[in-house]
Design a protein around this ligand. Structure first.
Ligand SMILES: N[C@@H](CCC(=O)N[C@@H](CS)C(=O)NCC(=O)O)C(=O)O
Length: 220
């Protein structure tokens, strides 16, 4: 049985759980990270020397890096669910998945940190304002790219929709000024219909450390 280590409040863990849900593969999850700890344990560090979640184990394959896990699941179990169908959608799926990690994550992390992690002394409204503008501009790029297509890379859902979907859900949940991205809103309505997203991605986020911690605790 596939095993996943990670708290459900983590955006990177959410991607893997949602992807697994789409494939229908049974799996076992162990809460880890955040208030659940365990990332410094010797056994955990052997699986991920970076001391971060998620970690996924499938037989003899133990992986860190959430996007690598989604790609692995797509190759091994992904037919007609999360695996891109054809060379072009596959290349575009990788492009957008990498873009979320290399480009979108930074402003989103600034907003996350300030909203749910920073102490009053650490709060930095100027940095949030800049990140809000940057994230809005980036979501506008994705909004233009999706255009009238049903899914990010074309006619079929795949792991790139998961990679972007977790961020867009979180962006909408944060109390920031949102860019106008109607194509992404339409796409998100479709995502909300998916049972694997309802189970693993549609999680409360919170707009303060107290709310975040309470949600994290309840989610496990
Ligand atoms: N690039 C890694 C990033 C992993 C990462 O930053 N994980 C965060 C949670 S999103 C973490 O483990 N934080 C420490 C903790 O949860 O205690 C991935 O995509 O898996």
């Amino acid at each position: 049985m596939i095993e996943v280590w990670g708290r459900r409040s983590s955006i990177n863990v959410q991607k893997v759980l949602w992807a697994l849900g789409e494939t229908g593969q049974p799996f076992e999850r162990h809460a880890a990270g955040g208030q659940f700890g365990g990332l410094d344990d010797k056994v955990f560090l052997k699986m991920n020397p970076n001391g971060l979640v998620p970690v996924m184990k499938d037989g003899t394959v133990t992986l860190f890096e959430s996007n690598t896990m989604m790609r692995y699941l797509a190759r091994k179990y992904g037919k007609d669910n999360i695996r891109p169908r054809g060379q072009k959608p596959w290349a575009l799926a990788d492009q957008w998945t990498d873009w979320t990690a290399t480009t979108l994550n930074a402003p989103m992390f600034t907003i996350l940190f300030d909203t749910v992690r920073a102490t009053p002394e650490q709060k930095n409204p100027a940095a949030v304002k800049e990140a809000e503008k940057k994230a809005g501009d980036l979501f506008k790029i994705a909004n233009r790219a999706i255009g009238r297509k049903p899914w990010l890379t074309g006619r079929h859902f795949n792991y790139a929709d998961i990679a972007l979907g977790v961020y867009y859900w979180r962006y909408l949940a944060f109390d920031v000024k949102h860019a106008k991205t109607p194509n992404l809103d339409r796409w998100m309505e479709q995502i909300k219909e998916r049972s694997a997203f309802k189970e693993w991605g549609m999680v409360p986020v919170g707009n303060s450390p107290e709310e975040w911690n309470a949600n994290e605790k309840a989610l496990g």
